[in-house]
Design a protein around this ligand. Structure first.
Ligand code: SAH
Ligand code: SF4
Ligand code: F3S
Length: 474
């Protein structure tokens, strides 16, 4: 067989980061990343947070089963949260699945895939949880050219850049793995194991390396970054300290982090929003529900009053900070009155945007046994009401940006056909999507990904802003 592979990723940013690492580790071993039609190995990195993404994994494997009939020998590796949950069960259901690996097992996956390539009869399961953060092999140093720094933005100088443009200028760096919170609805602690903080030296070394390779923006990642350093393997610093150390890296223009649990956000972290100029004025702070009774049953360990105090402190520290959230409707026992309290919290906080979900029963979580379950039609109707309110608030908050100036980190050419070829999509400091018209003089072909430009916001759309370039910030 030839060592060609194709990666399919579902789920959160951590899965995206894991897939990226695995792809690089395979390339370092002489494998070639290939389109589906040419690949011998498919890696499917999976998500189990709700029933729908889990079902997507089975339909994807069903599709690959049909595809495999015309391509004997095709091999599939299943990773991520569904792999951890179902484990060797995949071997029984899908004969072409020859590797399953969880979030701690991934470090050993590249070598395991080498073994599978050498021995067509072997099957491997990497499902054990480890006691400490499993530091992975360095894949950045040797593959640095793929992440060449973007040149300063200048329309009149230099040649168009070549190479992969997606996400250049941005990097995501893991600071921990797992979660200890066991919120009553959530499968993550079961699929990603106990919280394990990564050593600060390793976090800092990777951040420095990313900046040297061209990243202008870093997002620190973990399921609950605010409890960084609070697990058993004491790493010597807390999240606020880590944030300050990363922010001090020369050349790092933007710093973000996600996800924060409201119960753990430290006053020091709130203060950092007022003190660190490169810490972006944006925070994703999942509220989940607006009723104290529901929050209690969810095991979230904060109430409305405490959440509102945190919001007030954040806004005092950094006026204009963009707050976004996650919300669940139809949690077992949620009454109409409870739901109205969620709407009321949305009105009070005025989140710029939110991810909202209907509660979905997950195997093994505490809420499975909670009753009464909410009728699907009822929770669907609540979801629509919530989303309609959010759309109104989003529109108003975006509208208030009209006329303002923003610094936009360009990500990719705008997908919107009607906007013409000189439109690029990026994000402002608050994380809002901005479609930016570059000057007509700029080449249509030129690659601007990873560059920062100063822009004026011209208009607000439903979920994004439209702006025009007014200059270079740096
Ligand atoms: N660690 C993060 C994200 C966890 S998963 C956090 O604590 O915020 C992302 C989101 O999925 C959650 O915030 C929650 O809103 C949603 N979610 C998790 N389990 C769910 C379930 N069983 N049903 C519906 N939504 C769920
Ligand atoms: Fe899930 Fe709660 Fe942990 Fe987030 S904090 S991953 S919602 S258990
Ligand atoms: Fe999904 Fe696992 Fe991430 S359940 S959201 S891939 S932690």
């Amino acid at each position: 067989m030839d060592k060609t592979f194709h990666v399919i990723t579902f789920g959160c940013q951590m899965n995206v980061g894991d897939s990226d690492w695995l792809a690089r580790a395979l390339v370092l071993r002489g494998w070639r990343q290939a389109p589906e039609a040419e690949a011998w190995l498919f890696v499917v990195n999976t998500c189990s947070v709700r029933d729908k993404p889990e079902q997507k994994v089975y339909s994807e494997l069903g599709r690959l089963a049909a595809y495999q009939r015309g391509k004997p020998g095709l091999t599939v590796a299943v990773g991520g949260c569904v792999a951890q949950q179902i484990g060797r069960g995949f071997f029984e259901r899908f004969p072409f699945v020859r590797l399953v690996f969880g979030s701690d097992g991934i470090a050993a996956a590249p070598d395991a895939l080498e073994r599978l390539a050498a021995d067509p009869k072997e099957r491997i399961a990497l499902l054990d949880f480890l006691a400490a953060y499993p530091e992975r092999e360095d894949v950045l140093t040797q593959l640095a050219p793929a992440l060449a720094p973007a040149p300063a933005f200048d329309a009149d100088l230099g040649e168009p850049e070549s190479g992969p443009s997606a996400q250049r200028g941005q990097a995501f760096v893991n600071i921990m793995q797992g979660c200890d919170n066991f919120c009553a609805y959530c499968i993550v602690p079961h699929t990603r194991g106990r919280q394990k903080s990564r050593l600060p030296q390793a976090v800092l070394a990777e951040c420095r390396q990313r900046v040297e390779q061209g990243a202008r923006e870093i997002t620190l990642l973990g399921q609950n970054v605010n409890s960084y350093g609070l697990d058993n393997g004491d790493v010597g610093v807390g999240f606020a300290d880590l944030l300050r150390q990363v922010a001090a890296i020369p050349g790092l223009l933007r710093l973000r982090f996600t996800t924060s649990h409201p119960k753990d956000i430290d006053p020091e972290v709130i203060r950092a929003f007022g003190e660190l100029p490169n810490l972006c004025p944006a925070l994703h702070l999942p509220l989940q529900a607006g009723s104290d009774a529901v929050l209690k049953r969810m095991g979230r360990k904060y109430d409305r009053a405490r959440y509102l105090d945190t919001v007030a402190a954040l806004r005092a520290a950094r006026p204009g900070i963009a707050l976004t959230t996650d919300l669940i409707v139809g949690f077992p026992g949620e009454t109409e009155e409870d739901f109205l309290q969620t709407l009321e919290m949305m009105e009070r906080v005025r989140f710029e945007s939110s991810f909202s979900f209907r509660y979905s029963d997950r195997p093994g979580v505490a809420a499975v046994r909670m009753t009464p379950k909410i009728d699907e039609a009822v929770s669907q109707a609540r979801l629509l009401r919530l989303q309609s309110l959010q759309n109104d608030i989003t529109k108003e908050t975006l509208k208030s940006r009209e006329g303002a100036e923003a610094i936009v980190l360009l990500e990719a050419k705008s997908r919107k056909q009607d906007q013409g070829p000189t439109f690029w999509r990026g994000r402002d400091e608050g994380g809002r999507v901005v479609n930016l018209r570059l000057g007509e003089a700029e080449s249509v072909e030129r690659d601007f990904a990873g560059q920062l430009v100063r822009a004026r916001i011209l208009a607000a759309k439903n979920h994004s802003l439209v702006g025009e370039k007014v200059g270079q910030p740096w």
